[in-house]
Design a binder for this molecule. Structure first.
Ligand SMILES: [Zn+2]
Length: 458
């Protein structure tokens, strides 16, 4: 009896292990089967795994499609370049694109019959983006050959209307010097800067310092700050762009005064600055239509007072990701909580199912009262300091930035913001590498794109 008992136990253990293994495989198969089937190294079926479905923009404009001759892209070369990082290239180098991340759906894979069907031919799915191709083209052309990223989204739905990363190339006719160029014009061309890039923020980071100040300094609006153009902190000079004299907090933000914000960061302290940055999403990735963004970085652990001052001005080791900045602007525009941005509207599956894009969750960054005060300060920036000429009638709230990067390079130009008009719920983030002042490089790009986007809401 004893032997029989031991033998049944062994059989039992093996059966359970087998069942568990089978369940694990089925689970993996359900989740990853499509990706396995269309892996580029699956050579024996690579001819049959060609992308056959269409990629469309939010208005049904066909951005990519296939014929027996191969894969084709939109007829307008500027649209093709503007959409490259969202749509993708035929070789699959752009890993943040839908032709990469939705390649199973576009190749017509389904869970039950794989790449084949009982009737012999497969039905490829189509991917519809939330992007507006015309708007992306405008952004691409406004970048005028400079590197960077442009993002515009609807902050009530999270739908990204414009996402452009430069440099780019034409996926229909990839340039012959794409791999051999040594001038650096294609440097980072496979990267979607909007999702995967990080940059020195410069003064747009003063919005983070402002958030910490709103939440920790009760008499902020009755304070005055004195700027004489330079100020020693810890024996090291913090320099400003000019002599701003005595200012209120609102003036200091409007003037983007380094002295005021350096002093505020030191007063708030390392821990408060780090906790505020963390609660605003620094150190975390967003998932945008299933793609993880690069993390924004803020770390003043053990930093000296002068380093802390520069960190509050958006220098030191500060780095920010454009999509994260967009998400933060959505939150400031909507009571402190942002709907996670997305750029895939829907995917029609091979079985005729119409699936929505990846579900998005909200990011709660700050209280409604903090968001409302930030909004008022940012509205005053444009109305009283920058001027409305780039955004006529759009009631824009914004902050510009100029990130010093050293290495003999021109600074990184930034502008982030949103329209405060309820009938025009648009947020934006624009970064121009080596653009110089944000007010002269990024603001005109944001202005051109926002004015065109506003026309869509009439
Ligand atoms: Zn100043």
């Amino acid at each position: 009896m004893k032997t029989t008992g031991a033998r049944s136990l062994i059989v039992y253990v093996f059966s359970v292990a087998f069942a568990a293994g089978l369940l694990f495989f089925l689970g993996e198969y359900m989740i990853n089967g499509g990706q396995w089937a269309v892996q580029p190294f699956n050579k024996h079926i690579s001819q049959g795994t060609a992308l056959t479905g269409k990629v469309l923009d939010r208005n049904g404009e066909v951005l990519a499609y296939s014929t027996e001759e191969g894969r084709f892209y939109h007829e307008d070369p500027s649209v093709r370049k503007a959409m490259l990082h969202s749509v993708g290239d035929t070789a699959g180098y752009i890993s943040t694109s839908v032709q990469y991340s939705y390649r199973a759906e576009l190749a017509g894979y389904n869970l039950f019959t794989g790449l084949g069907t009982p009737l012999g031919d497969r039905t490829a799915g189509n991917v519809t983006l939330t992007l507006d191709a015309d708007l992306c083209k405008t952004a691409y052309e406004a970048m005028a050959g400079r590197k960077g990223a442009v993002l515009v989204c609807d902050y009530t739905t999270g739908e990204i209307l414009c996402m452009v990363s430069t440099p780019s190339f034409d996926p229909q006719n990839p340039p012959e010097d794409l791999f051999t160029d040594e001038t650096g014009k294609y440097e980072g061309v496979y990267l979607n800067n909007a999702l995967s890039g990080t940059y020195t923020p410069g003064s747009i980071f003063k919005l983070v310092t402002t958030t910490a100040a709103i939440e920790n300094i009760p008499d902020l609006d009755s304070r005055t700050f004195t700027c004489q153009g330079s100020q020693l902190i810890n024996g090291n000079p913090i320099t400003c762009t000019q002599v701003h004299g005595t200012q209120s907090f609102q003036d200091a933000l409007g003037n983007s005064c380094n002295i005021a914000f350096g002093e505020l960061a030191v007063e708030l302290g390392n821990d408060t600055m780090m906790n505020t940055a963390r609660s605003l999403g620094f150190g975390s990735s967003l998932s945008i239509s299933g793609i993880s963004t690069a993390k924004s970085h803020y770390d003043v652990e053990g930093a000296s007072p002068d380093e802390l001052a520069w960190s509050g001005i958006g220098q030191f080791t500060d780095q920010v990701n454009p999509a994260h900045m967009l998400s933060l602007m959505c939150a400031v525009a909507s009571q402190g909580t942002s709907v996670e941005p997305s750029f895939v509207k829907s995917v029609s599956g091979g079985l005729g199912l119409n699936l929505p894009g990846m579900a998005s969750k909200g990011n709660s960054y700050m209280s409604a009262s903090t968001a409302n005060r930030l909004q008022e300060y940012m509205r005053s920036n444009v109305r009283d300091y920058y001027g409305e000429s780039w955004f006529p009638g759009l009631e824009v709230c914004a902050k510009t930035g100029t990130g010093e990067v050293g290495e003999g390079k021109q600074p990184t130009g930034w502008v982030v913001g949103f329209s405060s008009r309820a009938d025009l719920p648009l947020a934006f983030a624009v970064v121009v590498e080596e653009g110089g002042y944000g007010s002269q490089s990024a603001v005109p790009v944001a202005g051109a794109v926002m004015q065109q986007a506003a026309a869509l809401y009439k």
